[in-house]
Ligand binder design. Structure first.
Ligand code: ADP
Ligand code: MG
Length: 458
């Protein structure tokens, strides 16, 4: 008979999803389980607390559903072997005959605070929901145990969904908890510019030292930027290896998965996939409302709850737009001396949003342009006959999205793709639907393109 712990985990697994299960539940080792008491061993204090705060209730709930009275769950922490905790292997030398002064205890060296981090992008200002839970929890784990858990950690997703926020939050949290760690944060673009100028002005040694030797944590925003820039990729590759081999934490963000980055070297793509790749999706209504409430509170904007909900219903695409909308509404309200009501929100945003929607329906051309940009292929290739996979796949995606978003008929879409037969379009749509059912990466790609098209960022 299986014990009550294992039974509950089995029941929970499909609901939690494999990734979450593998990350947070599998590492807990069962010591003993009876009907009244379950003893576990967690690999770290962090894992223990994370379980208690996030999953314990669900486990107890599952046990109750299966007809058990909720047992006491006790978790011990496996002893973490940090260098200081290791027992001295060598016996202490005999007392020297000549008196020497006792060694002066060396205070832990404080690294200078990381530069470039926005003060308000912290974990406590980040709202989690289903759309970003995996990303946020992995980021928290990295912050807690840099270099130990997920290395590298890569977060990807569309614009304005909180990737940069989480990257900064990790920087702040590591600095707070491990002040001795040297944290380097920068955008991939800045990395490239610094690299170029280091080469040009003969300061390559300093550059190498700063990134390969003098950083304990490297946080790089928008890594997709270096795709196709050969020398920068090469340099980043060496930085990556040096840090990785030294057990230093690397975390990057991107607007797409590594394998979707056209022009990214294979060896880099594979390294970026070594650790954990977690996506950030557009937040659901509940999360959007929570984000608005927090932001309103932070900026002391008086906005009733029902108006928050209304606003969150109007602005769906991404969090940056949502914040922008709140600022616009509150600024207008202050200017006109009016309270923020539902009608007022509609007046300020609703009509503008409606007008925009009517003025700019999504066209097949817009789909082609967005898809071509995303995959770095030419629009003429999408319309052309080439069957090479690097083009055929984007073409099928473009056809699929055209059908979904523009309301055009199959023959019409075929015509706009260089006069192809409607059956080609039908087949493309069928294939994309079938493949995306099995392939989460393709789903993510399509969803990110859809977001870009439905809500182009201005
Ligand atoms: P990205 O890097 O994914 O394009 P950002 O991290 O720059 O997005 O986020 C855009 C804005 O939205 C920032 O002001 C950020 O603080 C805010 N934001 C995004 N997601 C959340 C969230 N879950 N909770 C609170 N604020 C968020
Ligand atoms: Mg960003």
């Amino acid at each position: 008979m299986t014990d009550i712990w294992t039974e509950a985990l089995r029941g929970l697994q499909p609901r939690l999803g494999r990734e979450t299960y593998d990350l947070w539940l599998r590492p807990l080792e069962l010591v003993t389980a009876t009907e009244t008491r379950v003893q576990l061993r967690a690999p770290s204090q962090f894992m223990k607390e994370w379980f208690e705060n996030h999953y314990k209730a669900a486990v107890l709930d599952e046990m109750t559903t299966r007809g058990h009275a909720p047992p006491a769950i006790e978790i011990e922490v496996a002893i973490e072997m940090t260098p200081e905790a290791e027992p001295a292997a060598v016996p202490a030398p005999a007392a020297p005959s000549v008196a020497v002064s006792a060694p002066i205890p060396v205070p832990p060296v404080r690294a200078p605070p990381p530069t470039g981090l926005a003060n308000r992008y912290r974990f406590d200002t980040f709202i989690t929901g289903a759309s970003n839970e995996l990303a946020a929890s992995a980021a928290a784990a990295v912050a807690e145990e840099p270099g130990q858990r997920f290395n590298p950690l890569l977060l990807y997703g569309g614009v304005g969904l909180g990737k940069t926020h989480l990257l900064h939050a990790v920087g702040h949290a590591i600095h707070d908890a491990h002040p001795e760690k040297r944290i380097v944060y920068l955008s991939a673009e800045r990395f490239m510019n610094e690299f170029i100028s280091a080469v040009r002005y003969n300061q390559f040694d300093e550059f190498r030292q700063r990134y390969r030797e003098e950083s304990d944590v490297l946080l790089v925003d928008d890594i997709q930027f270096i795709a196709g820039r050969d020398r920068t990729m090469d340099e980043f590759f060496h930085v990556f290896n040096a840090l990785y081999e030294a057990g230093k934490q690397i975390m990057v963000t991107a607007d797409r998965t590594p394998s979707d980055m056209q022009g990214m070297e294979e060896r880099l793509t594979s390294r970026l996939n070594w650790g954990l790749v977690a996506d950030v999706k557009a937040p659901d209504l509940e999360t959007r409302v929570a984000i608005l409430r927090q932001k309103a509170e932070q900026d002391r904007i008086g906005i009733p709850d029902d108006v928050c909900v209304h606003l969150a219903t109007l602005v769906r695409s991404n969090v940056r737009e949502l914040e922008g909308a709140l600022v616009r509404v509150s600024t207008f309200a202050a200017l006109k001396g009016r309270p923020i009501t539902e009608a007022f929100v509609r007046e300020v945003l609703g009509e503008a949003a409606e007008a925009e929607r009517h003025a700019a329906p999504i066209t097949v051309e817009a789909v082609q342009k967005t898809v071509a940009q995303y995959f770095s292929v030419r629009i003429s290739d999408l319309k052309g006959p080439r069957r090479h996979k690097g083009i055929a796949r984007p073409r099928m995606i473009a056809m699929f999205l055209s059908r979904e978003l523009t309301g055009s008929s199959f023959p019409e879409i075929g015509m706009r793709f260089g006069g192809k037969d409607h059956s080609t379009v039908i087949n493309a749509c069928k294939r994309m639907t079938a493949i995306s059912l099995e392939d989460p990466e393709l789903r993510a790609t399509i969803s990110s393109l859809r977001t870009q098209l439905v809500a182009p960022s201005r």
